[in-house]
Design a protein around this ligand. Structure first.
Ligand SMILES: [Zn+2]
Ligand SMILES: [Zn+2]
Length: 891
């Protein structure tokens, strides 16, 4: 036997970087754009350029890489297009914070200088996240990498904006928007996070103008009363019907405001009358529109009271709240203040309480765009995996409001609208030289677009749209989008309607939804909890393949997973097991004396006739694994597929076939020894080659490393080798069933031996009661049973009788095993030992029984302690039964 080419211990660090560079150098990731082949395209969910790789990315990118590697091996023309997102508000916040640490304010720098700083940041961080993705082993086509603010993507953004504007689908309007007084920008509905809070509900009396009494309204935000322009009641509410159309005097400011009737008001809530503040509440804004009410803005962009708040002008909104309540109390107009649970909106980025403000913003008109996006999912053009996420998508689009797309930021795509002092506005692809109406100077809108505006174009802007590129022609629409469920609204739905509008086709046929990676206790990983696990640390310590395997086997589409240390260790053990078994096989393949053999393994036809039962069994099992793996991958059950491959490699291949093969590899005495050896080597090589192929998408590094050592390879690298398909002629169901029987017998014998603590290697006779085919098969494999279970001699007889003093195992119908004890152990001593053990367990059980009968224990002990005792009692009872049975067998 010659030196193995694999080192004795698997060292991921020694393999991974070199392998990745090898793939890169050979251009294996690069899409061919071969018109003759079926394309398979994935566009990466672009990570934030200033972000760093977290477990969510690791999972998401591993899944994409598994799919891409699988399809590449199947021979499809695969493109996995990578890129980053400029992440408007997130990036601007990070850079602002960083500058603040240096005592620099963005307004002091000015727009241009500030943007230069952000671009510098972008370059640094982009290099970092790219390196991190390399470590994960992703096989993206880096030659086609994009950035949402690169020239092409920016051109696409401008084209979409102008075209939608010209179609009347983008407009500018006054609207009540969510405003963050800290970030100084508008937030879309989904950028607002709602949290339940306990606050107070203040009941305020508004006196009627005619002096005939008052009407009571309740509010969680008393300061907003300063902006009230009506009181509303339900038209069906008999208490108030006669008051509708009358006026009340708004306390503190003494304005007269009307009482209106509106269906929105819930008569059972509070007094049944509500104050209406169209300037600072989204529902009131809607009531205001219906009743043509005046809009008064009493809070400004810094969350301070405006001049319209009269004597309260200049106060912070919360200081104003206290003062308003105090003043109302002094006037005797506060009827009650009660505790109240309600949900409050916070800025997703900085947690500041959002202030609804009326503001002039840009909007996308959603109803006409939502319709085709709903239809495309309805008719199955795009399908969600798992399908339950379809409902979430539909609900959102069915209830969608217009999308506020302008943001008061500097970092992003600037809105292509120019204004002139004369009142003219120009929206165009290019900056106008001067005002088309008066020839005067124009100035561009200072705002930028919501970061999701450019992400919405990602599936086609990255392929070269609006140019009609060959890539766009060949690779669009993409095949599958892999994304987390928390961005179905932000991103998936928007890519759908933008793609349908501009490409006339869905952006992807399948949306694979991933769950979150949580900590071992099931909590979200977060900075504030400090429970995050850095994927790069895991890679450092255990290797990339182990991390990938742990993440994939831990997940099922759409479900969250808990990331456990034990699973990582199991993944590492698996990598070691593969390595060791492969070393063994490779050592036997590289036998110098036999160098001339053609391992036609790769040509199963040649070896088929000479295969024995064990060879046929492993080929059958391998073939079944291939078939099931393919089915599971087609159904996007990646985790199940990985587990199946694990089972096959660990159990069938390593624990059984490799062990069984030793008999044929090493026996020298028989005339057919050499033929046996060569055939066995061929099967070992064939199956090892096959499992490395199956394993490759999941554990690309270790599989490529091992596969490269196989003799007589016909392909240059595993990453571009062909994917296994099931072969009809490799189905040997009869041999598979027979081997299963041999395995069961071997396990049963081992089990019996362990009952009497026989050390491995100590031979013991076994008598089997079996007839017919079963008997023939066991007899033929007796040499293996002798090796695997030290069953020597093995006697198989159709009417064997149970010897006196022997252990018994029954396997299925008519198959019984006996392990005679005479001469193997000192039966009398064993009986003594078992009797002693029996008495001991009996005494323990008595104690447990007593505990469970005692009132004191049952009443005082917590339920989990009682459950534990009950489990103990059951276990003790089971042990007693077993001991009894064994004693019977011995006597
Ligand atoms: Zn904020
Ligand atoms: Zn003008």
């Amino acid at each position: 036997m010659s030196e193995a080419k694999l080192p004795p211990v698997y060292d991921p660090a020694a393999v991974e970087t070199d392998r990745y560079n090898f793939w890169l150098k050979q251009d294996y990731f690069k899409a061919a754009r071969d018109e003759a082949r079926i394309p398979y395209t994935i566009v990466i969910p672009p990570p934030n350029v200033t972000g760093s790789l977290h477990m969510g990315h690791a999972l998401n990118n591993t899944i994409q890489d598994v799919l891409i590697r699988w399809k590449r091996m199947q021979g499809l023309d695969t493109l996995w297009l990578p890129g980053c997102d400029h992440a408007g508000i997130a990036t601007q916040n990070v850079v602002e914070k960083h500058l603040a640490e240096e005592g620099v304010n963005k307004d002091d720098l000015g727009r241009d200088r500030f943007l230069e700083k952000v671009w510098e940041w972008k370059d640094t961080y982009h290099a970092r996240i790219t390196k991190q993705l390399y470590r994960l082993g992703v096989s993206c086509d880096w030659s086609r990498e994009r950035f949402t603010m690169d020239e092409g993507c920016s051109m696409a953004v401008r084209k979409v904006f102008v075209d939608l504007y010209r179609k009347g689908l983008i407009y500018r309007g006054d609207y009540l928007i969510n405003w963050c007084p800290r970030c100084h920008t508008a937030l879309s509905d989904i950028e607002v996070e709602h949290e339940d809070e306990t606050s107070t509900l203040t009941h305020i009396r508004y006196p009627l103008e005619d002096g005939s009494g008052s009407i009571t309204v309740a509010t969680t935000r008393p300061e907003t009363m300063l902006g009230d322009t009506a009181v509303a009641v339900n038209p069906e509410d008999s208490r108030y019907q006669k008051l509708v159309g009358k006026k009340v005097i708004l306390p503190l400011l003494n304005r007269l405001i009307p009482i209106v009737a509106d269906d929105y008001v819930d008569p059972s809530f509070g007094s049944g009358a509500v104050k209406v503040t169209p300037g600072h509440d989204i529902n009131d804004f809607a009531i205001g529109r219906r009743h043509n009410l005046e809009i008064i803005s009493i809070i400004d962009e810094d969350a301070k009271m405006t001049a319209a708040a009269g004597p309260y002008a200049g106060l912070d909104r919360y200081d104003c709240r206290k003062k308003v309540v105090a003043d109302l109390e002094a006037l005797g107009l506060v009827e009650a203040i009660r505790e109240h649970e309600h949900s409050l909106g916070h800025c997703q980025r900085c947690s500041t309480v959002v202030e609804p403000l009326v503001s002039r913003q840009w909007f996308v008109k959603m109803t006409p765009l939502a319709k085709p996006a709903l239809a495309a999912v309805e008719d199955g053009s795009t399908q969600f995996v798992p399908p339950r996420f379809t409902r979430i998508y539909q609900n959102w689009l069915e209830n969608i409001r217009d999308w506020c797309i302008s943001r008061q930021l500097w970092w992003g795509h600037r809105i292509p609208a120019w204004y002139c002092a004369c009142g003219e506005m120009v929206v165009d692809y290019e900056e106008p030289l001067n005002c088309p109406a008066c020839g005067g100077k124009v100035a561009q809108d200072p705002d930028v677009l919501d970061t999701w505006f450019s992400s919405a174009l990602w599936p086609f802007s990255t392929l070269g749209w609006p140019e009609k590129t060959a890539d766009l022609e060949h690779f669009y629409p993409t095949s599958v989008l892999v994304t987390a469920y928390d961005i179905i609204f932000f991103w998936v739905a928007r890519m759908m309607f933008m793609s349908l509008e501009f490409m006339g086709e869905v952006p992807f046929h399948t949306v694979y939804i991933t769950g979150l990676v949580r900590d071992p206790l099931g909590r979200k990983m977060s900075k504030s909890l400090g429970n995050g696990i850095d994927p790069l640390e895991i890679i450092e310590k255990y290797g990339t393949d182990t991390l990938r395997f742990t993440l994939v086997t831990g997940q099922a589409p759409g479900n969250d997973q808990r990331f456990r240390q034990e699973s990582v260790e199991a993944g590492r053990n698996f990598a070691n097991k593969i390595w060791n078994a492969s070393r063994f096989v490779l050592m036997n393949l590289s036998d110098q004396e036999e160098a001339a053999i053609d391992f036609a393994p790769y040509d199963p036809e040649v070896m088929l006739p000479g295969l024995n039962r064990i060879d046929r069994w492993i080929l059958h099992r391998y073939n079944e694994t291939v078939r099931q793996t393919n089915n599971l991958l087609e159904e996007y059950e990646l985790g199940e597929a990985a587990r199946l491959i694990y089972e096959f490699i660990w159990n069938d291949f390593c624990d059984w076939y490799v062990e069984l093969s030793k008999y044929f590899l090493y026996r020298k005495d028989q005339p057919a020894a050499e033929e046996d050896r060569n055939r066995t080597r061929a099967v070992l090589a064939y199956v090892l080659d096959g499992v490395m192929r199956l394993l490759h998408p999941f554990m690309p590094f270790i599989s490529e490393e091992i596969w490269q050592q196989l003799p007589n390879r016909r392909e240059e690298a595993l990453i571009v080798a062909s994917w296994p398909e099931p072969l009809e002629k490799h189905l040997f169901p009869q041999e598979a069933a027979e081997m299963q029987l041999v395995q069961e017998v071997a396990r049963a014998i081992r089990n019996l031996r362990s009952q009497i603590q026989l050390p491995p290697g100590k031979k013991a006779a076994v008598i089997v009661r079996a007839g017919g085919e079963t008997a023939r098969c066991l007899q033929e494999e007796s040499h293996q049973l002798a090796r695997l279970a030290f069953a020597e001699p093995l006697t198989v007889e159709p009417d064997a009788l149970k010897p006196k003093q022997s252990l018994t195992a029954i396997i299925g119908d008519g198959l019984e095993l006996f392990l005679p004890l005479e001469g193997i152990i000192d039966v009398e001593a064993e009986i003594g030992r078992l009797e002693k053990e029996f008495l001991q367990v009996q005494a323990e059980k008595k104690k447990t029984d007593g505990k469970l009968k005692s009132d004191g224990f049952i009443k005082k002990a917590p339920p989990e302690v009682i459950a534990k005792e009950e489990a103990r009692r059951e276990e003790q009872a089971a042990r007693l039964t077993k001991l009894e049975q064994r004693l019977r067998e011995l006597k």
